[in-house]
Each structure stands twice: as C-alpha cells, then as structure tokens.
Design a protein around this ligand. Structure first.
Ligand code: 5RP
Length: 223
C-alpha cells in the first residue's frame, strides 16, 4: 500500500468511528495536514448528519468550506464530541509530537475542548521514544532568540522555520536532537519558557483513540 492509501484507510476508520459515536447534529473538531485533509474529504460525504466543524487552521477551514461544511468559531461552541487529527510521531501510550504543519497551537486548543481525540496516521509515525521528528515550538517573534537559547540549555538544537508565520502571527522553532524520555514533564518545561506560545508535545492531553494504518489493516489503540 502507498503512504496515501494508508492515510486514507486511517481517515476512513475515523469517519466510521465518528458516525458510530457522534450524535447527529454534532460539531466535529477537525485537524490539519495531509491525513486530516483526507478525513475532511470523508466528512464531506456525510456532512448532512452534522451541524458543521471547528477547524484547527485556516487551511482546514478553507478545505471544509470548499466542501460546503459550515465552520464555527470555537468561541461559539460549547461541545465538541470528537476531534480528529494526524500526528508527526505517536507512542503506544498515545502521546504525540504535532505541528509539522505549524498548526500546533490551534490543534491543542481544539483538542482541549474535545471530549475524544482521535489520532489518524500510518505506521511510520509510531515510535518508542519521541524526538527524532524535530519538536515544533510556536514562539512570539520578539522572544525568538531568547527561547532558542533556553531550548539549547534543555539539550535541543532549535532552528527557525524559515519563511513561515503561523495562523496566529508567530514563528516556529523546530527543535532537533531531542530524545524525550518524559513527554509530560518536557511539554510542561518547554511551555514555561517565557515567549513560548505552546509546543508540539501532546502528552498532557494525548489521543484517546488511535487508528493506525498498517499493511495488515487499520489497528485500533485506545488509551
Ligand atoms: C499539523 C500537524 C499534523 O497533524 C501533522 O504534521 C501530521 O501531518 P500529516 O498528516 O501531513 O503527516 O500537526 O500541524
């Protein structure tokens, strides 16, 4: 199977789960990235069952609206039963690194509101120890150099994501050279650096369900 076929299989497992568990009329949380895009395309086929979606990025908002799916401002929504998103790395305990697409802050906010976080990805994303994928850190522009120095003290090699500005008007430092033994602790430590908006570790609030696409089929892992 190609990487795209694996991603699609995972997205299809997620839409089946949404249909089985979210009540008709619900608002669905939707993530960002190539796998989330395939989920959006699946959601389009059943869009009449739901009131609409909350998007974790401008790119996903546009894709949802392109399919005629209503997109709500999160401030107008009290209840998101399910949030579906991809990941850059995920462990068997369902902690993740996210933010390869730069949408980590909005993703973390929507994930915080959602009752159930469903992660969709292919088997290449499953790791024992996170950190091979550079950890994205969203930073207020004026704090970029200070935050970079602090990240070096934590053992990382931060690199500015050139030419990239987040949907929130900030920059991203991608931190290489990490081997994250304590994802919850490291997520907290990085978030405490002044000037950090948030970092791409999703360990404090990890996924609840993972649909992991493999050559042998889609495996379901629950927290
Ligand atoms: C975007 C993300 C994505 O979920 C992550 O980068 C995975 O993307 P893809 O499905 O394209 O591999 O966190 O900020």
């Amino acid at each position: 199977m190609t990487a795209d076929e694996l991603k699609r299989a995972s997205a299809q497992a997620a839409i089946k789960y949404v249909i089985e568990t979210a009540k008709p009329g619900a608002i669905i949380g939707v993530g960002t990235g190539s796998t989330a895009n395939l989920f959006i395309d699946e959601l389009a086929a059943v869009k009449d069952r739901y009131r609409g979606a909350v998007a974790s990025s401008e790119a996903s908002r546009k894709r949802l609206q392109g399919h005629g799916i209503a997109v709500f401002d999160l401030n107008d929504v009290d209840d998101i039963p399910i949030y579906v998103d991809g990941a850059d790395e995920i462990t068997a305990k369902l902690a993740m690194i996210k933010g390869g697409g730069g949408a980590l802050t909005r993703e973390k906010i929507v994930a915080a509101v959602a009752k159930t976080f469903v992660c969709i990805c292919d088997q290449s994303k499953l790791v024992t120890t996170m950190g091979k994928f550079p950890l994205p850190v969203e930073v207020i522009t004026m704090a970029r150099a200070y935050v970079a120095r602090e990240l070096v003290k934590l053992g990382g090699q931060p690199q500015l994501r050139e030419g990239f500005v987040t949907d929130n008007g900030n920059v991203i430092l991608d931190v290489k050279g990490l081997s994250i033994a304590d994802p919850v602790g490291f997520e907290t430590t990085v978030n405490q650096i002044v000037g950090v908006v948030t970092n791409g570790l999703f360990a404090r609030r990890g996924a609840d369900v993972l649909f992991l696409a493999t050559a042998e089929g889609v495996k379901t892992v629950k927290r």
